[in-house]
Each structure stands twice: as structure tokens, then as C-alpha cells.
Design a protein around this ligand. Sequence first.
Ligand SMILES: NC(=O)C1=CN([C@@H]2O[C@H](COP(=O)(O)OP(=O)(O)OC[C@H]3O[C@@H](n4cnc5c(N)ncnc54)[C@H](O)[C@@H]3O)[C@@H](O)[C@H]2O)C=CC1
Ligand SMILES: C[N+](C)(C)CC(=O)CC(=O)[O-]
Length: 500
Amino acid sequence: MTRIRKAACVGGGVIGGGWIARFLLNGIDVAVFDPHPEAQRIVGEVLDNARRAYGRMIQAPLCAEGKLSFHDDLATALDGAEYIQESVPEQLALKHRVLGQIEAHASPEALIGSSTSGFKPSELQEGAQHPERIFVAHPFNPVYLVPLVELVGSPANDEAALARAADIQRETGMMPLRVRKEIDAHIGDRLLEAVWREALWLVHDDVATTQEIDDVIRFSFGLRWAQMGLFETYRIAGGEAGMKHFIEQFGPALAWPWTKLMDVPEMTDELATKIGDQSDTQSGMHSIRELERIRDDNLIGIYQALKANDWGAGRTLREMEDRYFERAKAGAGAATPDYAAPLTLHRCRVSGDWLDYNGHMTEYRYLQVFGDATDAFLGHIGMDAAYRSAGRSVYTVESHIRHLAETSANTALTIRTTVLGHDAKRIRIHHEMLDEAGTLQATAEHMLMHVDTQAGRASPMAAPLTDRLAALSPGQRGLAAPDHAGRPIRDIGWPDPGAA
Ligand SMILES: NC(=O)C1=CN([C@@H]2O[C@H](COP(=O)(O)OP(=O)(O)OC[C@H]3O[C@@H](n4cnc5c(N)ncnc54)[C@H](O)[C@@H]3O)[C@@H](O)[C@H]2O)C=CC1
Ligand SMILES: C[N+](C)(C)CC(=O)CC(=O)[O-]
């Protein structure tokens, strides 16, 4: 895996903003160059939505965000960047100008990806000094959630550079697809354009409204496409007779004039207004940011369902979460912490949608944060995917949370963990949740049980857990247990029925 420290994003609009969020939330520093006077506000809003989405989607301890910086000149933005993503508007002359400027200031080893939806890499490379490191890295909106990135090179490209770019993207939870041959609009947009062209005709000819077309998609094949593509879906549609039978049955229909094929409706003012008005009726009651949040929540639900089946984009999400666990473990293990003090293994920020009707972090989010801290602790003592794949894991069997403050949105939380004791099968831990000022927000005490997941019963821990616990025990057992440790919820009795 290739993990970079710094990326630069040139252009911070819809797509550049998504790339910025993808890099930052995966712990990579990002320098932005975008002359738009409101670039910082726009990127900030995309980032807010991305943080909210990751808080809901990632069931692993998120890593510390990378550092975000905005620059007035391109040269300082590119300084030290190992990967550069260009996302300026889709005009070839502008892309040539910007790529030329990038080449003039970037470090010689830096990789340069372009978000272009339509241009071929050989077109982008025209006039370049080092065409071998300029390639298409075409993402899908929202870049921070949708995993696919089409990685397209020309014969001038250096394959090793493309492989390195794929590694960098994989490390941020993306799914790079190396497109075999360069072609206008790559793969995804060619497919989308065919559907888009037909949809425009259907509106133009008053066959359907924008709402009706969207309903046809989301209530039918759109549902299928998130989990199986065209070919696998049609294989099933061929029944037991199979794919060849399907082609024989439905192939001839392609020769009939079902669709308008390459014909495109003229984009007159009248058609643009018609589509704009219908779209306002359909969705105008929501702001763009609201629509983005609705879209993100739906995508996350789909992602989670696919993850449960370890299928398609759900598998990509699981691998992304494994990487977060690995990072938590590596971060914690980079320097052996002082075991004679509480361990700081998990940090996070309170997302705006974690609040209850009192405007404070809602109860189950405390358990989520403490659960993530427990996972970070277990990662620290060596419980990783390899350990679990041997049929061993750790379950939480008892928890006691104390809510001590009104934790509000955006608070940066630090969790300090202490081991209160352990035996062959159990570990008793205590977490303190602190805000930026060090004010205690909540505490949690948990009993963790080591289990043989195949037999479904408690079992003794094995190496490396046993060794790591042995290493940290002398320091941790010297720490005074908090006075509330082991305390049950106090019995307050009942009112005296005779009183009153
Ligand atoms: N919007 C979409 O759905 C998708 C767009 N793309 C591609 O991404 C690229 C960007 O598209 P969007 O983000 O939609 O456009 P956008 O208009 O939202 O953003 C473009 C940004 O580039 C900035 N910019 C203009 N000139 C610049 C320069 N010389 N240096 C630095 N920044 C400059 C603008 O201020 C603006 O913020 C295009 O190539 C497009 O084809 C790719 C996938 C999806
Ligand atoms: C409309 N578009 C061509 C810019 C779309 C894309 O490039 C991909 C997407 O996100 O749909």
C-alpha cells in the first residue's frame, strides 16, 4: 500500500471538494488552489457533509483528519505534494493551461490525475513535458462516498506511475478501475450518457416528466444496479437457460428502433426551461446541501446492506474500515505509549447529526464513541483481521456509562483508556471522554470477554494479545482506579407511600 502525506487539489468545486474530503478524512494533508472567492466556504460545506457521512458510515475508529490549507498561488499549494488532482472546469484549453502550470511547479515525482469526464489522457498530455505522469482519474459524485475511480492512461503513460496512483486511491477507500484503452468519456459516462440522451428525448417528446423518469429508475433498475451490473442481472434474467439464451431472446430487439440511439435533442432554451421547471417542481423544496445529505444517507444505507453481504461496494467499505483499524493500530503502535499513564488511542469529532432534541450528543453516540475507543484499544493489543479470522474475537459483555456534561456539536473528543485488570479470558477497561479543554464529558467502564467465535463460548486469549497485555500490565496496574469504577447504578428506592 502506498500511503502519501500530502495531496494537492487544483480546483475545489463539486468534484475537487469531494476529492479534498476523501483525502482529508483518510488522514492525508491537502493543499488547495482555487481562485474562486468563496472556495473556502464551498469546500467547508462539502467537508461538513462528508464528515457527517463518515460518522454514520464508517464502523471503525476514524483516523485524525489531514491538515487542510488554501493557497493564493499554485506553487505553494503544490510544494511537497506527492499526488495532485486537477478538477477545473471541463474545457480542454483551460486544462492544458492548468496542467502546464502544474508541471512547472510540481515536484518531479508527483503524480498528476485529472478528473475530466470526457477528455482522453492523450488529449490532456498534448504539449506536456512529462506526459508519462499525467493520467485521467475520473471519479463519481460524491467523491467522498462513491468508490469508483476510472484510471485511464495513454501509450505515453508510465505503468508504474499508474499502479502507484491506484495504490494511493485504494488507500483512501476508493476502487480504482484501470481502463484498458483510452476512449472519449471512459466507461461510466458513456453508459450514463446513453441513458441521459434517452431521458432528454422522453422529456422533449412529453412522454414523461423528470419526476416520472426518475421514478422509473429508482423504483426499478436503479435498485438493481447498486448490487449487480447489467451483465450479472441479465444472466439471472435468462433463467436456467442462461446468458446465451438471454442474448438470443432479447438481442434482436436491439436492432429495432426502441431508442433514439445517437440522435440528441437540440438543447433549446425552451427545452432547458422545461427541464428546469420540472426539476424545480420535483426537488425545489430541498436545498442542494439537503439533497446531498438525503443522497448520502441513502447511499450509506445501501453500502451497509451490501457490506452485510460482503458484496460489491460493501466489500470496498469493509476493506476501508479494516484500513481505519490498521491505521489506529499503527498510530498507537508507532511509539510505544507510556503505560504508566492512561492510553490515548482514539479521537473523534461530534457530528452535527449526533444530537438529540436537547441539542446534546444523544445517548447511543456515547456508546459508539466508547465502542470505537474499545476497538482502538483491542487493535493496540493486537486484535486485527488476522486474529479474528482464526475464529477468535472479543465481545463486550457489560457497560456502564456516566454522562457528565452536555456534549455539543463539533466538539473534538479525546478518549483516554485505562486497563483496570484482566485474567485469561476477560479484560476490564475504563474510558474517559474529554473535550478540547480537557473537561470530562463522560466515562465508561466495560467488561470484555475473549471468545472462540466458532464454538460460541468464552476462551483464553492467545498471542499477541497475551504478550501485549503482559507488556502494559505493570504500568497500568500502578494507576489508581477511579472511585466510581465497579460501582453499580445507585439504588434510590421508592417514595414512602405513607408520605405526601
Ligand atoms: N460534476 C460532476 O458530476 C463531475 C465532474 N467531473 C469533472 O470534474 C471536473 C470539475 O468539474 P466540477 O467540479 O463539476 O466543476 P465546478 O464548476 O463545480 O468546479 C470547478 C472549480 O475549478 C475552479 N477553477 C477554475 N479555474 C481554475 C484554475 N485555473 N485553477 C484552479 N481552479 C480553477 C473553479 O473556481 C471551480 O471551483 C471537470 O473536468 C468535470 O468533467 C467528474 C466527475 C463528475
Ligand atoms: C455529468 N458528468 C458527466 C459530469 C458526470 C460524471 O462525470 C460522473 C458522475 O458522477 O455521474
